[in-house]
Design a protein around this ligand. Structure first.
Ligand code: KIV
Ligand code: ZN
Length: 531
């Protein structure tokens, strides 16, 4: 297989899309994903044509290792990268985790700015240069594709950065990444920095230059594009721009800017842009990190035209107010598609149009759920179907399931909830008063499965479509021991959706507990068995 380096050398207009949703994105607060969720995202990224998937930081935890390893086993075309510091145990963990991948990359990094070297690393510059030479050399012994990153590169003294880059390339790095780790630079400055490296580093022709920009000043995408114009040929980015603090450059924005303004920024990439909306929606549903409505490309309003003047212009010629079509990002207008009389065949066909291929059993489950929703809701939109299928998939592995619930609610409190759950096949019920219906429901869950150390840190309700019969999509975040999990639930009844979301989060919390505190396995099991 041709290496990424050879591909770029053959075609100087080609830009490598390196997605770090599962590493830089996943490590940001509230964005943690479990194994199934990471596998699902990795599959989507590969299908949409991402060149390099940074699958995680294997040394960070056994869960991170397993996720990178499982993604590596499944990947067909994308290069699978794992991140590591400049230390042997980190590099060894990446080597082992990415081993099954057909195309592998080791991504090693160390800080190069005066501030980071002095305070974070407590190393002299010459020690950092030695660490670069050693780590890249060691990684190259195991893999032909090695990326080296200068953490806080944009705040590094230029002379030292040039020496560090030269050292990394001499040691065998095939990609050199210059992160704007703290999102500090402005486009002209970052472009000039990349250009200086192209002009001054004698062996720069032996590596691909890469940009990795954070969005603290809202400039991540602009900086990335400035870097490409100055000679970089790899962009590191994430779906929905998730990532540390204000996030990373958003993949969908970078790719659509390259596509829409190819006249000014004439570079190509392999991304199938029609997969963008699906990827964005799936990630938002998995993480519970909603996309702001006015977000470029994937926000709910990105293609909405509200004002009369704009609507009039659109009707006459869409180009009056639209610089790209909704279809180009995979957004199909909300059509009325199916109703309660629709059959399994039409349902299957519609799901295929929406990009879902389900096994027969999953299709049966989704169809049964569709019939329930169709009975309650007059109009079934594409968004309803997407939510329904995503919800089924999210809950497929739950050990704790909601069987029934009912709520007594009035202007005079307290409100009362009765709830029955199935835990590993056994049914348990509780009846509890609360300060509001949601409070009563969540307390009832806690009565059946006590989890006093977990705190509810987010409770978010969104209507999927318009109308009072719209399905509600609820996200619940639970925190315990500094770890967070998100749960999702969808239903036409907001209270049912909320309960499903809470139970989903609790399922994930118990799985996480087992992984992080193996000594708790018995405690958790006993607790559940003794209910
Ligand atoms: O922002 C950063 O500096 C990083 C590196 C570890 C690549 O994410
Ligand atoms: Zn970063």
């Amino acid at each position: 297989m041709t290496s990424m380096f050879d591909e770029i050398r053959k075609d100087n207009a080609r830009v490598v899309i390196f997605d770090t949703t599962l590493r830089d994105g996943e490590q940001s607060p509230g964005c943690s994903m479990n194994l199934e969720e990471k596998l699902k995202m990795a599959e989507i990224l590969e299908t949409m044509g991402v060149d390099v998937i940074e699958a995680g930081f294997p040394v960070a935890s056994p869960g991170d290792f397993e996720a990178v390893n499982e993604i590596a086993k499944r990947a067909e075309k994308s290069v699978i990268a794992g991140l590591c510091r400049a230390v042997q145990k980190d590099i060894d963990a990446v080597v082992a985790a990415i081993k099954p991948a057909k195309r592998q990359r080791i991504h090693t990094f160390i800080s190069t700015s005066p501030l980071h070297m002095k305070y974070k690393l407590q190393k002299e510059p010459h020690e950092v240069l030695e660490a670069i030479a050693w780590s890249v050399g060691y990684a190259r012994k195991h893999c032909d594709d090695v990326e080296w990153s200068a953490e806080d590169g944009s705040r590094t003294e230029l002379d030292f950065l040039c020496r560090a880059v030269e050292t990394a390339i001499n040691a065998g790095a095939t990609t050199i990444n210059i992160p704007d780790t703290v999102g500090y630079v402005v486009p002209s400055e970052y472009g000039a920095l990349i250009k200086s490296l192209v002009d001054r580093v004698p062996n720069i022709g032996k590596a691909i230059l890469s940009v990795h920009c954070h969005n603290d000043l809202g400039l991540a995408v602009a900086n990335s594009l400035a870097g490409i114009e100055a000679g970089a040929r790899q962009i590191e980015c994430t779906i929905n721009g998730i990532g540390e603090r204000a996030g990373n450059a958003a993949l969908e924005e970078v790719v659509m800017a390259l596509r829409t303004r190819a006249d000014r920024i004439p570079f190509t990439n392999r991304i199938d842009t029609t997969k963008i909306t699906g990827a964005s929606r799936t990630l938002a549903a998995i993480t519970g990190m909603p996309v702001q409505h006015n977000k470029a490309i994937v926000g709910a309003n990105a293609f909405a035209h509200e004002s009369g003047i704009h609507q009039d212009g659109m009707l006459k010629n869409a180009q009056t107010y639209e610089i790209m079509t909704p279809e180009s990002v995979g957004l199909n207008k909300s059509n009325l598609v199916l109703g309660k009389h629709s059959g399994r065949h039409a349902f299957k066909k519609k799901l295929e149009d929406l990009g879902y291929t389900l096994s027969d059993t999953d299709l049966d489950d989704a169809f049964a759920r569709f019939k329930i929703v169709a009975d309650r809701k007059k109009e079934i939109f594409d968004e309803d179907l997407v939510a329904l299928v995503d919800d089924e998939a999210a809950h497929a592995h739950d050990n704790i399931k909601l069987i029934t619930m009912s709520v007594w609610s009035s202007t005079k409190g307290p409100q009362r909830a009765t709830l029955t759950l199935e835990i590993d096949g056994q049914q348990k019920s509780a009846e509890v008063d609360g300060n509001g219906a949601i409070d009563a429901l969540f307390k009832a869950i806690a009565e059946i499965i006590p989890h006093p150390e977990a705190k509810l840190s987010l409770f978010n309700i969104q209507a999927i479509t318009g109308g009072t019969d719209a399905q509600a999509e609820v996200t619940v975040r639970l925190e315990e021991d500094g770890k967070t999990v998100n749960g999702q639930g969808t239903d036409t009844d907001t209270l049912v959706a909320s309960t499903r979301a809470y139970i989903h989060a609790l399922n994930k919390l118990l799985v996480k507990r087992k992984k992080n505190r193996p000594e708790d396995i018995t405690t958790t099991k006993n607790r559940i068995q003794s209910i």
